[in-house]
Design a protein around this ligand. Structure first.
Ligand code: PHE
Ligand code: NA
Length: 499
């Protein structure tokens, strides 16, 4: 049977789905610690520069690609040029890698919803997270499973399967329509509660006091671009895929602005709420906010549990906080998984349901084999670093070099968008894409050198070799092999009809 192309019935459905994808763990879990680690208040400057000059312009770029071709990432690239197809597979591969570990973090958050109600961590939150919950072993590779982590990860994949089998409109858009408003209400309640905690002001000071010297550090700029890309879900093929489900006459740029600004608003709100809460905790313990804002993964799963144990009404606060992480994470995860699902449909002409079952099945198995083990955290952290700093940036660099510079598609894209959109794009947009290209090339080279010379987090070469460099190499090889597979004639015919 020939697969039916799916659609979003309205622009509203698309906007909900796109916000569902954008607002995720990146906003609640990643943004606050990235901001804190990179100059606090001063980080807002590179962050806004990256949003306005790179994030939103690239969002439009990918919308144009997806909407024009009405196809998955590989098909959309294939339509710009035969030789560009591997870029689409590479972006699809990055989405797969991210989905594999992202599911695990959602699983942890699910466990912590219930831990919040019964655990009293006191000062032991760190030991609890790493030793009791994750049962972390020495860095290496092992198949020693941790049942307490395994079960939530399986549940996450089961939910993803059910939602995606319901299709783009009923599943993806329907799920986001329920959970995004719920998330906003619950999260606003948390932020307001945090702002009334004693010491909240100290936390906000710590977050927003600008360290302007940080602006001279190129790492801070790299972090800002990285955060914007991750947070807007660009360069993973998601925006190409979602835009391909839109009807011909859709105001794309208007939708893009709504999505871009909603995501950043949510992110800054999360920063405020989380730091207000950390301010309370620091005050209660009589220490500096800097001491409690333990960086990275620890912020949500160590800092927050400590806080929950200390504040009045902490159990409910914690339950709601981790529920927010779960809702935000699930709506993003379904968007990630839709990228390979659509790619498989287009290239192999399998039915919608079969493609969904295959993709979710394979990703779930890999995720379940790698993540809930005593060494899962090393895999997760390495995959996160390499997929974001090399994978996403690499995918965006290739898109700009090949599609914008070599194939000169920008005028075509701007005509396409302007024909259907309210906010018109012209020379400034094209210039911003080119400047972004230059910035990204620089970032990518710096990052490759940094990982090659300094490694990452002192992890042993085996870990970096497998989950970092090996993973990137596998994506490149797989992208080339998949490109060599011949396209079904039907897909090519549809494609000619689309342009
Ligand atoms: N944008 C999501 C967030 O901020 C993360 C995400 C990454 C979603 C990749 C989809 C794809 O958490
Ligand atoms: Na986001």
């Amino acid at each position: 049977s020939s697969p039916q192309r799916e659609v979003f019935v309205s622009r509203g459905a698309f906007i909900f789905a796109a916000i569902g994808s954008a607002v995720g763990l990146g906003n609640i879990w990643r943004f606050p610690y990235v901001t804190y680690d990179n100059g606090g208040g001063a980080f807002i400057i590179p962050y806004l520069v990256a949003l306005l000059t790179a994030g939103i312009p690239l969002l439009f770029f990918y919308y144009a690609m997806g909407h024009r071709s009405r196809g998955s990432a590989p098909l959309a690239y294939r339509m710009t040029h035969k030789a560009a197809e591997p870029i689409g597979w590479f972006a699809t591969g990055v989405a797969i890698v991210i989905g594999i570990y992202y599911a695990a973090i959602i699983g942890w958050a699910g466990s912590y919803m219930f831990f919040s109600l019964k655990e009293s961590w006191g000062d032991n939150a760190e030991e609890f997270f790493f030793s009791e919950y994750l049962k972390m072993g020495d860095p290496g590779i092992s198949l020693d499973f941790v049942p307490a982590v395994l079960i939530p990860v399986i549940i996450v994949w089961a939910i993803v399967l059910v939602v995606l089998l319901m299709g783009v409109q009923n599943g993806i858009a329907g799920f986001s329509k329920i959970f995004i408003p719920l998330l906003i209400i619950l999260f606003l309640a948390l932020v307001v509660r945090s702002l009334f905690l004693p010491g909240a002001a100290e936390g906000l000071d710590a977050l927003f006091t600008p360290d302007f010297a940080a602006l001279a550090d190129h790492k801070v700029w790299i972090a800002a671009y990285g955060q914007i890309f991750f947070s807007l879900s660009i360069a993973f093929g998601i925006m190409i895929t979602y835009a391909s489900y839109l009807k011909k006459k859709t105001n794309l740029t208007g939708a893009g602005l709504v999505v871009g600004f909603s995501n950043s608003a949510f992110e800054i709100l999360a920063g405020i709420g989380i730091f207000a809460a950390l301010g309370f905790m620091a005050t209660a313990q009589g220490v500096e906010v800097a001491d409690v804002a333990s960086s990275g993964i620890g912020l949500a799963f160590v800092g927050f549990p400590t806080l929950i144990s200390e504040m009045p009404g902490g159990a409910i606060f914690g339950f709601v906080f981790f529920a927010c992480l779960v809702f935000a994470g699930l709506t993003s995860l379904i968007s990630i998984v839709q990228v390979p699902i659509q790619a498989l449909r287009d290239k192999f002409r399998v039915s919608n349901k079969a493609s969904t079952a295959w993709v979710v099945g394979v990703m779930a198995v890999v995720s379940i084999l790698l993540m809930p083990t005593v060494t899962g955290l090393y895999a997760l952290d390495t995959m996160d670093a390499f997929a974001n700093n090399l994978g996403i940036v690499g995918s965006a660099v290739l898109a700009i070099i090949v599609v914008a510079w070599l194939l000169r598609k920008m005028p075509v894209f701007s005509r396409h968008l302007n024909a259907v959109s309210s906010f018109k794009l012209g020379p400034i947009w094209m210039a911003l894409i080119s400047i972004t290209g230059v910035v990204l090339v620089y970032m990518l080279i710096t990052q490759i050198i940094a990982y090659a010379t300094d490694g990452y987090e002192d992890y042993p070469p085996l870990i970096l070799g497998v989950y970092g460099w090996g993973m990137i190499a596998l994506l490149i090889v797989a992208s080339i092999i998949l490109t060599l597979v011949k396209w079904p004639k039907k897909t090519i015919d549809d494609m000619h009809e689309a342009i």
